[in-house]
Design a protein around this ligand. Structure first.
Ligand code: NOJ
Length: 717
């Protein structure tokens, strides 16, 4: 298809239509009869609806085929709709929520998850997924931390990149591949107070060094689209922010794909106070470089007038429309408007046993063991009780799993019984008082209690922010109650955000199980029984108190840092709480124990184009084979801008057989020693750097190196 020629044939209305994205119901309902309510408010007529370029969300192949058929019947130029949807952590085979996926420290699993998601979603005729979410966040109050990859820019970038590669592979025209739309550009995760949709006010330095890295990685990996965020940045909503959409995206990053609003976010620049009305919103959107408008109708209702009045150059419209047509061409929609959609394939491929097995493997690596005083793995010789609000839950899919079917998931009781664990008492209750006298008598016969605690699926995700990130009091009371009763408890945490767990530290074991998807309780049973050795490590700091937020490991030092043991009052600390988190970034236990010894360097000084090797001996001290994630952090002691006390710069997740000792090597080169200035340019400065290696962001041993002065100016060559 010659899309340039096609563009020339389109009327101005038809061009603007290509920039409109609507939900499927608009096409399904009889608009002539039903022009009321929402449709009326949006100013939509049947003509406008049937000029739209794309669709948001589709349930299955049959729905896709019927919408496309109806659309093409009414279309003059036979330009097919492109179907986009939120396939966030699986289509019907649901995988761990992204936050849990990141705790695997295994980006290859992100690729696997994206592959299965793409294969399944394609059968419904979905061509674009609104994933990955690359929003870095340091605030567990923000409900959407569940959809991201934690607080670290380096890890975030690795996971977003693999997701994009998994969705698209090298060619979005191939069946089983979908285009990736990375979101929400930019810095949506920095919402003040952790309240969703709230103001964002971050410096350009923070933007470039932390918040933008994930989107950039996705774009470098070839993501075809990028979605703007709901928030303002520098006082201008991201959706109409020219600095972001043209300056950063097009000029700095050379992005040539599509930009799309978030749901209704072009219209929302009016309540933001940046436009008088939808017409001004349309004007600011097209000038800023915004292509597709999702769900609101500023473009479709006002762009024509703005062009006719010469307020907008038609070239801007043409550029945007051409990008939409190019995407359709790349997907292959002009050759086959129903691309991918197949009712037959849907019934064989979707939620297949193979896919479920992959999901289980990802879930295995996503579980984090936070505490274990010799209570895990469970023993087949002991008797256990399973109690708590999630004791019999099948709702393990988590937010954004709208095609998933919780009812098909196993309960933990089912999966543990299969493993011959004696579960003599199982009761799904929300508070201690729900246990009857008879229950308490029965409980005398058990050796330990498994407490299934946490938050429900609707308590995290979009628009689900919280000020209190403790477990509800009635849940904490279970731990206290059983401690007083002399029974050990093992807590399983089903959740979507870091919690303040300080009130349940009396539990003898704590296993973080997030929402692990379709095979959650199967995977949890494998971990509980020791069939699989846990290997996850948390990717957000778990605070001791909500008042510590934002709390993150890669903070600056301040001029008056708190030094443990030093009693000086006038330093940066709290009167009533420590500075440190309860569980630090990168922390997670295993049934094995690893020791780190003998950190050494190939040389202590390097010039710019040299590399230094850093070695450490890591030993599995136990009879149990397991994975350990060996982490490398670097500190730049002195630079023009203050640099963090440590930054993750590398890691290796390695299998250790019982008692195995390995030499782990990291190669240090200039790219690990650089930072970005407030324009996004890479900078490197000579001097002393601290290299730290260990099993979490606090259990580290370190050595210093010197980057020699004289050659630093060569960096930009
Ligand atoms: C709003 C959400 O913020 C975004 O992540 C999602 O992709 C769109 N709605 C479309 O459903």
């Amino acid at each position: 298809m010659d899309i340039n020629l096609l563009l020339k044939k389109l009327t101005i209305e038809e061009k603007i239509g290509q920039l409109l994205q609507l939900s499927p119901f608009h096409f399904i309902r009889d608009i002539e009869v039903e022009v009321f309510g929402h449709l009326k408010e949006l100013g939509l007529t049947e003509k406008k609806v049937f000029s739209a370029g794309s669709v948001l969300g589709i349930h299955n192949a049959a729905e896709m085929i019927s919408v496309q058929e109806k659309y093409l019947r009414k279309s003059t130029h036979q330009i097919p709709l492109v179907f986009m949807a939120d396939i966030i952590h699986g289509y019907e085979t649901i995988f761990p929520v992204p936050l849990a996926l990141s705790t695997s420290w295994n980006p290859k699993l992100a690729f696997d998850m994206a592959r299965v998601s793409a294969i399944e979603a394609s059968t419904a005729g979905i061509h674009v997924t609104f994933s990955p979410m690359a929003d870095l966040s340091r605030d567990p109050r923000w409900g959407r931390v569940v959809e991201g990859f934690g607080e670290d820019p380096y890890l975030n970038a690795l996971f977003t990149k693999e997701m994009v590669k998994g969705y698209q592979q090298d060619d979005i025209s191939q069946d089983g591949n979908v285009a990736s739309c990375v979101k929400h550009f930019a810095a949506y995760g920095a919402a003040e107070g952790g309240r969703d949709y709230n103001t964002v006010d971050v410096s350009r330095l923070s933007l470039h060094n932390y918040y933008l890295k994930g989107y950039k990685a996705a774009i470098d990996a070839g993501a075809k689209l990028i979605m703007t965020s709901f928030n303002v940045l520098d006082g201008i909503p991201a959706t109409i922010n020219k600095h972001l959409l043209r300056g950063v995206l097009r000029d700095l990053w050379k992005f040539d794909g599509l930009t799309i609003t978030d749901y209704d976010s072009l219209h929302q620049v009016v309540p933001h106070g940046n436009a008088e009305n939808d017409e001004e919103a349309a004007l600011k959107g097209i000038i800023a470089g915004l292509d597709i408008e999702m769900a609101s109708t500023c473009y479709i209702n006002y762009l024509k007038k703005l062009i006719e009045n010469h307020e907008v150059d038609i070239k801007l419209l043409d550029e945007a429309v051409l990008r939409v047509l190019k995407l359709k061409e790349e997907i292959g929609l002009f050759d086959n408007p129903y691309k991918g959609a197949s009712v037959e394939l849907e019934s064989t491929l979707v939620r297949s046993n193979d896919h479920l097995e992959i999901s289980k493997k990802v879930a295995h690596e996503s579980v984090v063991l936070l505490k274990n005083e010799n209570l895990l793995p469970l023993s087949t010789h002991k008797k256990y009780a399973l109690i708590g609000p999630y004791a019999e839950t099948r709702n393990t899919n988590g937010p954004w799993s709208w095609h998933g079917k919780n009812e098909l998931n196993h309960t933990l009781k089912e999966t543990l019984l299969e493993k011959n664990i004696s579960m003599t008492f199982v009761k799904q209750v929300v508070r201690v008082e729900d246990l009857t006298k008879e229950d308490l008598i029965e409980l005398k016969n058990v050796d330990a209690v498994i407490l299934a605690l946490g938050e429900n699926e609707r308590e995290s995700g979009e628009a689900h922010s919280k000020v209190d990130i403790k477990l509800p009091r009635n849940q904490e009371e279970f731990v206290e109650f059983f401690r007083q009763a002399g029974l050990d408890s093992i807590v399983l945490l089903y959740h979507g955000r870091p919690f303040d767990l300080s009130n349940i530290m009396d539990a003898k074991a704590i296993l973080d199980v997030y929402y692990l998807g379709s095979m959650a309780n199967d995977a949890i049973a494998d971990i509980l029984t020791g069939v699989i050795n846990p290997s996850g490590k948390i990717t957000m700091s778990y605070p001791r108190h909500v008042g510590q937020i934002p709390i993150y490991y890669n903070h600056l030092n301040t001029g008056r840092p708190k030094i443990e043991g030093d009693r000086n009052e006038y330093v940066s600390y709290y009167l009533d709480e420590l500075n440190t988190p309860l569980f630090p970034f990168g922390f997670g236990l295993s049934y094995s124990k690893f020791s780190y010894q003998n950190l050494r360097l190939s040389q202590f000084e390097m010039s710019l184009n040299e590399e230094i090797s850093l070695f450490i001996d890591v030993q599995n001290e136990t009879e149990i084979g397991g994975f350990e994630t060996v982490q490398l952090y670097i500190r730049d002691y002195v630079a023009t801008i203050s640099r963090p006390v440590k930054e993750l710069k590398g890691f290796q997740k390695i299998w250790f057989a019982p008692h195995q000792r390995r030499v782990v090597e990291f190669v240090i080169n200039k790219s690990l020693l650089s930072y970005l200035d407030d324009q996004g340019n890479e900078v490197i400065e000579p001097g002393r750097f601290q290299l730290m290696v260990g099993s979490s962001s606090i259990e580290l041993t370190s050595l210093d190196i010197i980057l020699k002065k004289e050659e630093v100016n060569d960096f930009k060559k």
